[in-house]
Design a protein around this ligand. Structure first.
Ligand code: ATP
Ligand code: MG
Length: 352
C-alpha cells in the first residue's frame, strides 16, 4: 500500500511532519510513502502548482495525504497557476466526488462551540457532501432580457448515477458508524431533490441494516443547532452540503481540529481512493513558528487509514489518542492552550 504525501505551503510541512510521526508509531507493514511538491511551493520550484510528477505519484498511490496550499506571494499570478488550483486539478484527475467532514465534540472543548455546552456535547456526526454536480456546474450566466433588465441564472441538475454513487458512499459510511442516515434535500419545491430522494430510497434497499430518514434542508439547518445529537451520517448535494458542513464546523469549535476526506470512484485493493486534508488553509500568518495545531492533519490521517487502507482499528486508535491528548489538556494556541506543533504531535504519538 502506498500513500502520496503532499505537504504544500505555509504550515503544511509542519503539520505533515507530525502526522508522519504518528504514522511511524503505527508501524504499518508494507506501507510505502511518496513525497511530492504541491501549491505555491511547487510553483516556485517547477513553475506549476500541480506538476506532472506530483499528479503521477498520486495516481500511483492508494491515498493522498494533503497538507495545505495557499501562498500570498502567488496572489498576482494568472488563475491556473495559483496554488489553490492544485486541489481542483487533483479532484478532477482522481474523480473525487464525495466530501466527508466529521464533526465530533471532544470532551473538555464544549466552551469553544457556538452552541450551549450541553447541546454541543451531543455532536458526533459525519456530513457526506456531493462535490461534482448541482447548481455549481450547470449552465450559468447573467443575460440581458429584451426589456433591458439583467437576469442571472444557474441551472441545477443531478443525474441519477451521480446521486446513486454518493448514496452508496453515505450508506457504507453509516454501516461503519451508528447505522443511521439522514438524506437532506428540498424535495417539496425542487425536482432535482425529488429525483435525489427517489434514488436514495432505491439505493437503501441494498443496505437493510441502515435506518434511512429524510429532512428538508431548512429544517436540517435548524435541527443542527437545536438537537445535533439526532444526526449520525448526513448525505446531501453540493450546495446544501457546502452550507451545512460549515455550520457543523462552528458547532464543534476550532479550525485546528477539523479533518476531511474526498473520496473517488476508484476502489483500490484496500478501500476507496481518496484525498485527506484538514479543512483549514495554509495559515501563512503563523507559518514557520511551530504554533500550528497538527490535530486536524492527524485526524485526516485517521480517515485515510479507515477509508483508503481499510485499517479501521488503527484509525480508531489514532482518534482515541487525539481525544485523550485533548482530555489531558494538550491544547494548541487555537484552543487557548500553549502547546506547540511538535509537542502536540509527540503527545498524540505517545498516547498511541
Ligand atoms: P485558505 O484560503 O487557504 O482557506 P484562510 O486564510 O482562509 O486560508 P486559514 O489558512 O485556515 O484560512 O487560516 C485562518 C486562521 O486560522 C488564521 O489566523 C490561521 O492562523 C488560523 N489557523 C488555521 N489553521 C490553524 C491550525 N492548524 N492551528 C492554529 N491556527 C490555525
Ligand atoms: Mg479559507
Amino acid at each position: 500500500m502506498k500513500i502520496a504525501c503532499l505537504a504544500g505551503d505555509g504550515i503544511g510541512p509542519e503539520i505533515m511532519a507530525e502526522a508522519l510521526k504518528v504514522l511511524d508509531v503505527l508501524a504499518i507493514e508494507g506501507l510505502e510513502l511518496g513525497h511530492a511538491d504541491v501549491g505555491g511551493t511547487a510553483y516556485h520550484k517547477h513553475g506549476h502548482p500541480l506538476p506532472p510528477e506530483t499528479l503521477a505519484l498520486c495516481q500511483a498511490s492508494d491515498a493522498v495525504l494533503f497538507g495545505a496550499v495557499g501562498d500570498p506571494t502567488c496572489d498576482a499570478l494568472e488563475r491556473h497557476l495559483r496554488p489553490e488550483q492544485a486541489i481542483l486539478g487533483l479532484r478532477q484527475a482522481l474523480t473525487l466526488f464525495a466530501n466527508l467532514r466529521p464533526a465530533t465534540m471532544f470532551a473538555g472543548l464544549e466552551d469553544l462551540s457556538a452552541l450551549r455546552p450541553e447541546v454541543a456535547r451531543q455532536i458526533d456526526l459525519l456530513i457526506v457532501r456531493e462535490l461534482n454536480g448541482d447548481v455549481y456546474f450547470g449552465e450559468k450566466a447573467i443575460r440581458t432580457l429584451p426589456d433591458g433588465r439583467r437576469q442571472g441564472y444557474d441551472f441545477m441538475s443531478y443525474a441519477e448515477d451521480e446521486v446513486r454513487r454518493i448514496a452508496h458512499v453515505a450508506f457504507r459510511a453509516a454501516q461503519g458508524r451508528k447505522k443511521t442516515l439522514c438524506s437532506v434535500d428540498k424535495a417539496n419545491v425542487l425536482e432535482t431533490s425529488q429525483l435525489w430522494r427517489d434514488v436514495v430510497i432505491e439505493v437503501s434497499a441494498e443496505y437493510p441494516d441502515v435506518a434511512l430518514s429524510h429532512m428538508y434542508v431548512d429544517n436540517a439547518a435548524m435541527q443542527l443547532v437545536r438537537n445535533p445529537g439526532q444526526f449520525d451520517v448526513v448525505v446531501t448535494g453540493n450546495l446544501f452540503g457546502d452550507i451545512l458542513s460549515d455550520q457543523a464546523s462552528m458547532c464543534v469549535g476550532s479550525i485546528g481540529l477539523l479533518a476531511s476526506a474526498s473520496l473517488g470512484e476508484k476502489q483500490t485493493q484496500y478501500g476507496t481512493l481518496g484525498l485527506y486534508e484538514p479543512i483549514h488553509g495554509s495559515a501563512p500568518d503563523i507559518a514557520g513558528q511551530g504554533k500550528a495545531n497538527p490535530m486536524a492533519m492527524i485526524l485526516s490521517l485517521a480517515m485515510l487509514l479507515r477509508h483508503s487502507l481499510g485499517l479501521e482499528a488503527q484509525a480508531a486508535r489514532v482518534e482515541a489518542a487525539v481525544a485523550q491528548a485533548l482530555a489531558d489538556g494538550i491544547k494548541g494556541a487555537d484552543l487557548g492552550g500553549s502547546h506547540g506543533t511538535a509537542a502536540i504531535g509527540d503527545a498524540v504519538a505517545s498516547r498511541l
